[in-house]
Design a protein around this ligand. Structure first.
Ligand code: ACO
Length: 331
């Protein structure tokens, strides 16, 4: 059974309620039909009767709950919650109402915040920034976490590295620039994500263009400092670095460059030093190695909300909904 089939089975075992706010996109309904038919999650779709009628034609979405953002008996509760959370930032009841009606992701996050759903998935027709900003503003981070980051669960075919070809790559989606403290936090969250999704022990490599001080540069120091912080602050995780990618993955290279390392040569969780490196790195592996790239999945949020690629297919939405449901189970 492939990775995503395992996740779907886990989602089915304890069904969660996930919101799909993109009723303006036909792929939402294609995915919804599949999710409902397979019993992966209970679904709430946000949309007006016109949007639903225009885009759901030909798809059986019997069983989904439809919430019309212009005519919802619970709407005042969500407006009040929005003002409670963002009043200090200038959000009045009028602004709250208008924002929720214009941007259904705000509506979805408020439903999650009020306990009416367990998570949300969006991004088939919205940018990453527009998808995750409402979640950052309304749901906020888990207690004790300073930054939300985004990982991909990579499934590389015929691969002897990682956990039989399974890896977590982070941060590939959210933070353009991270300091050492935040990079260390990404290492801890990524370790937790790897273990939650694969059930295997995570071994985190903090990547750079240097292994164990082989090069001197501020960019190397940033990662080396993050390793120190991660080891001190999160003793429960197995983390090491700074390591070059080959030293992290390939036992023969690890034996030369970092022979004493508990991670080198066996890393399955790769923390990249910047968003450029992470985003380019996952796309290289996805395209050149024809790897499955599931995500970006957000880690560190108080409730699971996840993004989609705008080039996604309905099956990708199904996969991300299953992962979101599993995150909700683990919450
Ligand atoms: N973790 C937690 N909270 C955050 C984070 C974070 N990483 N970033 C911003 N916030 C909070 C801020 O503190 C702020 O909270 P407040 O309003 O209560 O004070 C709120 O979110 C909004 O922050 P801004 O800085 O105003 O938001 P911004 O408009 O800069 O958006 C965002 C933040 C969306 C994460 C931005 O950094 C971004 O666009 N990142 C890049 C996303 C991207 O394009 N990724 C690549 C594509 S993904 C792919 O290829 C799969």
């Amino acid at each position: 059974m492939g990775f995503i089939d395992t996740i779907k089975e886990r989602a089915k075992a304890d069904k969660k309620t996930i919101i799909l706010p993109e009723s303006m996109d036909k792929r939402t309904f294609d995915a919804a039909e599949k999710i409902l038919k397979e019993g992966i999650a209970n679904l709430i779709i946000i949309g007006t009767p016109e949007e639903i009628a225009a885009n759901s034609e030909g798809y059986d979405i019997t069983g989904a709950t439809i919430v019309d953002p212009f005519n919802d008996p619970n709407k005042q509760k969500y407006i009040d919650k929005f003002v409670e959370l963002r009043g200090a930032k200038g959000v009045t009841p009028e602004i709250a109402k208008e924002t929720m009606e214009k941007d259904y992701m705000y509506y979805a996050c408020l439903m999650c915040k009020c306990g009416d759903a367990d998570g949300a998935v969006s991004g088939a027709c919205h940018s990453t920034g527009n998808t995750i900003r409402p979640a950052l503003q309304l749901l906020k981070t888990k207690p004790g976490i300073s930054s939300v980051s985004g990982f991909f669960l990579m499934e590389v075919p015929d691969c002897e590295f990682g956990e039989n070809g399974l890896f977590v790559f982070a941060d590939c989606a959210v933070n353009p620039e991270l300091d050492s403290e935040k990079l260390a936090e990404v290492a801890m969250l990524s370790s937790e994500s790897f273990e939650a999704f694969t059930g295997a022990k995570s071994k985190v490599a903090m990547l750079s263009f240097s292994s164990y001080g082989s090069a001197k540069h501020d960019r190397v120091t940033l990662v080396a400092d993050a390793v120190k912080i991660a080891k001190e602050k999160y003793p429960q995780i197995t983390v090491d670095g700074e390591l070059q990618l080959d030293a992290a993955l390939v036992p023969e290279v690890a034996a030369l460059k970092a022979p004493e390392s508990p991670v080198a040569g066996k890393a399955n969780t790769l923390v990249f030093p910047s968003l450029e490196a992470g985003n380019i790195g996952y796309k290289l592996v996805q395209r050149l190695a024809k790897a499955g790239a599931y995500g970006p999945v957000l880690q560190g949020l108080s409730m699971p909300v996840n993004d989609l690629s705008r080039g996604c297919f309905a099956d990708d939405i199904v996969g991300v909904v299953a992962m979101t449901a599993v995150q909700a189970q683990n919450k």
